[in-house]
Write a protein that binds this ligand. Structure first.
Ligand SMILES: N[C@H](CCC[C@H](N)C(=O)O)C(=O)O
Length: 284
């Protein structure tokens, strides 16, 4: 099958954007397609694929598959790219729309075309989920804040948050940068996370600024993680370390996160960038 695609990235977290409104790609199997296309040697190369799909409940549907073929409930950087993609393809004409995802209804709004293929997008990411059984994180209680967990003979204090997808946020005194590859794989697959987890290592710079490095479930270390930035802002606020407006500094750049006191929604603002468009012949 010959497939037209658009390659986009949000702070270096890169995705192959695919229009599957006619369902033809789904017949190949999205998981196998993701593994094939995301391979950085034998394919196009990306952290994941993102599909535009019909929806009965929202303006449009969204699914994301990691580079290992696993499906995630949501993707924050990918949602910004998705908004710019569906707008550029004319699938939707409005700048603010409702998207059906496995994490519920998500509302992106295109706020500025910065030129050069860069679009600024603000996404209403919905409410964070803090109850461990709904993350899921198999510990008692109605919140998991600073829960001790040992990996590689080192104890970590885990604050678990779901943004539709699970996150284990760990605050460290000072980031060395090698935490994700050193500790990420063992925490991602820790038995207390029955659906595995994304893992964020965080250094608090001030009450309004943190630095974060991430090991993503199903993708490994990435340059940025949008849902992870939201989970980080929630976790550091719960720990009393930051306010409700936080700039999260990632390897790929900064994301502005606000956790609204009024409606408990998380707002995330950042860029979506067009890398290139292409056509690929795939046989699975
Ligand atoms: N690897 C994640 C999905 C992508 C999330 C990340 N790229 C983002 O920007 O939120 C998971 O399996 O939950």
């Amino acid at each position: 099958m010959v497939i037209d695609f658009t390659k986009m990235e949000g702070l270096g977290n890169d995705f192959i954007m695919l229009d599957d409104m006619d369902g033809e790609l789904g017949k190949m199997g999205y998981a196998a397609l993701a593994k094939k296309l995301c391979d950085r040697r034998f394919g196009v190369g990306a952290d994941g694929i993102i599909l535009a799909l019909p929806s009965d409940s929202c303006d449009i549907g969204f699914r994301i598959f990691n580079s290992d073929g696993s499906e995630a409930e949501m993707c924050g950087n990918g949602m910004r790219c998705f908004a710019a993609f569906v707008n550029a393809r004319g699938l939707l004409s409005q700048s603010r729309f409702k998207v059906e995802t496995k994490a519920g209804t998500i509302v992106p709004e295109i706020i500025e075309d910065s030129g050069g293929g860069v679009t600024q997008v603000c996404v209403d990411m919905g409410e964070p989920v803090l109850t461990p059984r709904n993350i899921p994180f198999d510990v008692e209680g109605d919140r998991a804040v600073g829960v001790p967990l040992t990996a590689y003979d080192r104890e970590f204090a885990i604050t678990a948050v779901s943004m539709g997808n699970p996150h284990a946020v760990i605050v460290v005194d000072r980031l060395t940068g090698d935490e994700p590859v050193t500790f990420g794989p063992s925490i991602e697959t820790y038995p207390l996370f029955p659906e595995k987890t994304n893992v964020e290592f965080v250094e608090v710079v001030s009450p309004s600024e943190v630095k974060m490095r991430v090991w993503e479930r199903g993708a490994g270390e990435t340059l940025a993680c949008g849902t992870g930035a939201c989970a980080t802002a929630v976790a550091t606020h719960l720990l009393g370390l930051t306010g409700r407006e936080v700039t999260v500094g990632l390897k790929g750049g900064d994301l502005a996160i606000t956790w609204n006191e009024s409606d408990n929604h998380i707002m995330k603002t950042g860029p979506a960038t067009l890398a290139f468009e292409g056509r690929v012949r795939v046989s699975l």
